[in-house]
Design a protein around this ligand. Sequence first.
Ligand code: GAP
Length: 454
Amino acid sequence: MAEATLDEIVALCKRRGFIFPSSEIYGGVGSTYDYGHYGVLLKNNVKAEWWRAMLQERDDIVAIDSAIIQHPKVWEASGHLDGFTDPLVQCLGECKRRFREDHLREAQLGAEDAEGEIRCPECGGELSEPRQFNLMFETHVGPVAEDGNVAYLRPETAQGIFINFKNVLQFARKKPPFGIAQIGKSFRNEITPGNFIFRTREFEQMEMEFFVPPDSAGEWHESWMEERMRWYTELGIRAGKLRLRPHGSDELSHYSSATSDVEYEFPMGFSELEGIANRGDFDLTQHAKFSNEKLEYVDSADGSRYVPHVIEPAAGVDRAMLAFMVDAYEVEEVEGRERTVLRLHPRLAPVKAAVLPLVNKDGQPEKAREIHHALRGLMATEFDTGGSIGKRYRRQDEIGTPWGITVDHQTMEDDTVTLRDRDSLEQSRIPVDDLVNELVGRLAQPWTSPKPTA
Ligand code: GAP
C-alpha cells in the first residue's frame, strides 16, 4: 500500500477546504497558509485533545495564555537575542538564493556538521561563507520606530510561562512537581520554510513547562517522553511511523541538558513533531537574574528553597495536524471505484456524523434535518442533500467523517436509519432513538488505525 505523498495532502487540503495558500488573490506569500472550515475544525480538535491530556486527565497542570509581545528583556534573558540564530549561506552564482548551511550539509554530505564543499542546490553555484541570522521578527511598539521601543514577536510560547512562574505559584496553590501549559502562535523568520505546513514563519505551539525538584528531573524527563508518545498513538498515529530520537550533544539548544524528539515518518522522511527537553534551571535562573525577582520554590513545611528544574514537551499544532492527515490518508478501491478516505481518529475528525436523506422527497430531508438538529449540540454533524448518495459518502470520506446516517423510505415507516462506518463500510440499521447513545458510545471507544504500516 502506497503511503501518502505531500502533493496528495496539499491537493486534498485545497479541494476540501482544509488549508489554502495565504493571500492567494495577490499571488500568495511564500510558505504562509490560511485554514479553511475543516482545517479549523481539525486544528481545534488537535488542540482540544492536547488540553484534555494536559488538564482534564491530570491534576498537576494549569493553563495560561500569555501575550505575544513581551518585554524585550525576556529575549535577552532567555538567550534568544544572542543565540537564536541559524547559519545562513547565499548563492554567489546565478540564483543568489539563501539557504541554511546545516540543512545543505545534511542533504549533500550526510550530516549537519560534515566537513567538505557544499554547492547551491538550485543552480550549482558557489556559496558564501556562513553568517549567523537571528530568527526573531522585530517590530516597534508605539507610533515611532526608535531603538528604544524595539519588541519581538515571540519565537516560542515557553518564555510566557517562565515569566509567570511566580504568579502561578501564588495563585494556583501548586508545588513542584507541577506544570503550566499554553497553546499559542509563535513566529520565526525561517530561512528555508517548506514542506507545506511543516515549517512556516507563523505557526502554533502547544508547550508545557513541568517544574520539578532538581533530583527528579531525569525521571520526569523519561516519564514525559513515554506520555507524549502515548498521546500520538492513542490518537491513531501508527506506532511504526513514530520514533524517539535523542539529540547528540552538538545539536542541543543553549538551554537544554538533554532533548529527545518525537519524530514522525513524513513523506520527506523522519522529521521532528515535538521536542521533549530537560531545560534544567536555566530559564528561571536567567529571568531571576535579569528581573531581580526571586523565582524559586519555598517549602512552607521546613523553609527549604530551591530553583525547580524544568521538563518541557514542546509540540507544533500545525505539524501534528499534518502528521495526523498524512497517517490517515488512504486511496483504495471499493467495488471497482477509487475511494480517498481520511482515517482520522473519530475524536479528531472535523465532522463526526453526516446526516443524509437518500432522496430529496417523501419527507426524508425534513426527517434528516430533525436528526441533525438533535445531534449537533453534542457533536459536529453535517446535513447534506447535494448530489447522489455515493457522491455524498465520498465527500464525507475525504474529510474523514467516521459515520454516515442515511434516512430512507424505511425510516419513514419504522423510525430506523442506516449507520455507515467510514473504515469498515459496514452498514447497520438502528432506531433513531438510539442514535445519541450509539454515537456517544462509539466516540468514547479506543480507536486504532486499520491502515497497515508500509
Ligand atoms: N520551547 C521549545 C521550542 O520551541 P522547538 O523544537 O524549537 O522548541 C517546538 O519547537 C515545536 O514547535 C517543534 O517540535 C515543531 O513541532 C514546532 N515548530 C517549531 N518551528 C516551527 C516552524 N517553523 N513551523 C512549524 N512548526 C514549528
